[in-house]
Design a binder for this molecule. Structure first.
Ligand code: C2E
Ligand code: CA
Ligand code: CA
Length: 315
């Protein structure tokens, strides 16, 4: 202030209450740091006390991490497919591939339980590559079997976007499996666009130069700015499912969605809506000319063979 700079400062504290005098200072500081990072606010001073819940979560995360490598060797990661429909013709026009971890004993682990953890420990880059390879391999098998496939959208996590390696990996997969590039799309979640923009744009451009389409996933979930729409080279806008969930004032929500849809169309982006659960939602999206729709109204994510059956019936 004496220098004439008005710089708001906020503070964040993590508190760990010692229970056991044999714990090292370093361990206690670690616990306090973990608590500190649980609660962030750019406007408010915050403090968070370490709880047993945090401890259990840490143990759970460590367990998942330690099992992951073995699970990869055992081929326990499996792709499911959720169909995407043209909202007007009711035909399948694509599918999103979603990963499941199926343990040897048959337990199915949802990606929500291992993707965020592997994003934190860096393992996501390995996992992403394995998942992409499965998608390419599967697509080439479908073509070989004489199936008339639809494009499959594959997820790219934020962690994979942080290095140029992904471009080489994708290029290698393209050459190895010889799959037409227009049959694979990549989805990048909106929140991944917040990092180093120039590098990110360059990487996305390179993937597009290889012939693949890029979708911005979870569009509108609040983390991105609209200007990014203009600066980041994307082909498809995939609207976040939360738009359909919090219909507190549904007329207002519909107006809001309609305006965003118009903007997307004016920018000549293809539009996809996910999380469509009811006929009303489908009819509304059709009325505003959303290109394709995906959600439980049509189908949950399906195992490969079930998806292929579905595809045969609905294409
Ligand atoms: P996402 O990419 O936004 O995927 C959409 C999620 O919404 C999927 O959950 C899907 O099953 C679910 N969903 C689809 N339709 C509906 C609906 O009508 N209602 C509701 N309530 N939910 C619907 P899932 O499969 O559990 O995946 C969760 C998240 O995990 C994904 O969100 C994505 O961020 C991540 N994920 C899943 N598979 C992969 C993968 O192979 N690679 C990477 N990097 N991330 C993945
Ligand atoms: Ca996605
Ligand atoms: Ca999404």
């Amino acid at each position: 202030r004496p220098l004439g700079v008005e710089m708001p400062v906020t503070m964040r504290f993590g508190i760990y209450v010692q229970h056991n005098s044999s714990e090292s200072v370093q361990t206690m500081i670690n616990y306090a740091t973990i608590s500190m990072d649980k609660n962030r606010s750019s406007q408010k001073n915050t403090f968070t006390i370490f709880t047993n819940e945090f401890r259990e979560q840490m143990i759970h995360n460590a367990e998942i991490t330690s099992q992951m490598e073995k699970a990869i060797d055992n081929n326990e990661f499996v792709l499911y497919f959720q169909p995407q429909y043209n909202s007007a013709t009711k035909k399948i026009v694509g599918a999103e591939s979603l990963c499941r971890w199926i343990k040897r004993n048959g337990t199915v682990i949802s990606p929500k339980d291992f993707i965020p953890i592997s994003e934190n420990n860096g393992y996501i880059r390995v996992l992403d590559r394995i998942i992409w390879e499965k998608a390419f391999e599967m697509m080439s098998r479908w073509i070989e079997r004489g199936i008339n496939p639809v494009p499959i959208s594959v997820n790219i996590s934020r962690g994979s976007l942080e290095s140029d390696t992904l471009i080489y990996v994708i290029e290698q997969l393209k050459n190895k499996y010889n799959v037409p590039a227009d049959l694979i799309h990549f989805e990048i979640t909106e929140s991944a666009y917040s990092g180093e923009q120039d590098k990110l744009i360059e990487r996305i451009e390179k993937i597009r130069e290889l012939g693949f389409k890029i979708a911005m996933d979870d569009f509108g979930n609040g983390e991105s700015s609209l200007t990014m729409l203009n600066s980041v080279p994307i082909d498809v806008l995939k609207f976040d499912q939360n738009f359909l969930k919090n219909n507190a004032d549904s007329e207002k929500t519909e107006q809001f969605i309609t305006s965003l849809m118009k903007m997307a169309q004016q920018l000549q982006k293809k539009t996809v809506f996910e999380g469509v659960e009811t006929e009303e939602q489908r009819d509304f999206l059709k009325s505003i000319n959303c290109d394709s729709v995906q959600g439980y109204f049509y189908s949950k994510p399906l195992m490969e063979e079930d998806f292929l059956k579905f595809l045969k019936e609905h294409s």
